[in-house]
Design a protein around this ligand. Sequence first.
Ligand code: ZN
Length: 267
Amino acid sequence: MLTFRRFTMIILILLVSLNLWSFVSKKSTDGFIHDHVTLFCGLLLTVYCGISLAMAFLPCTNFHHPVICHGTPDGKSVALTFDDGPDPIKTPLILEVLRKHDVSATFFLIGKNLAGNELLVKRLVDDGHLAGNHSFSHSGWFDLFSAGRMRSEMMETDRLVNQITGKSPLFFRPPFGVVNPMVSKALKNMHWHAICWNIRSLDTIDRDAQKTSHKILRQLQPGAIILLHDHTLFTQHHLDDLISSIKAKGYGIVPLDKLLNIPAYAL
Ligand SMILES: [Zn+2]
């Protein structure tokens, strides 16, 4: 599997080889490689930066860091995950729908949203749902932060969730699903599992709820992790129908720890 480390090594070897070749050709034939070595090095570096950047937006390739995007395909279970909460108005509506269907889900919580929503988060966990970590700030600049700053955000959110629920999340969902070398460094040797998804509902941008539902149902497969958000109109108005349709297709809906067979919290 091509990882960032291996890719960096390959590019370094190519750069060194190119320069050595250029040196040799200079002494012998003064050839083409020598004449264009700067151009080739520039091209290699451009390819390196371009591929590294693109892969940060494709976390399930595991290029920058091992990321879990689905469960095992045994059985017919899927997991619903809700990002960007808690929201004092919208999250309780989701909890009602989940309760109606007797379904447990996973909520990736933003640390800065926890203040004032302590009872809601406690209720969420008491209802059998899982609380995961979705950074503290969910800043638009998060992916440019240093690894140390990312890690302190994650630890702060863990601390707050623990203060409310007595549990420390092991599941971390990177903001915007971006996993770059800094995110990888922040996660290195730490306890979190990076969790993304293999069904992106695009509920934050789709205006056509029926299309969104169809898209999710069309991609449904055993072990799927479905990405939704607490605050979207789709979730508010169509979660009920979505769950009914998923069940009608014979799928069970389980929290992530059951789907992945990995504990959701530190002991
Ligand atoms: Zn998010």
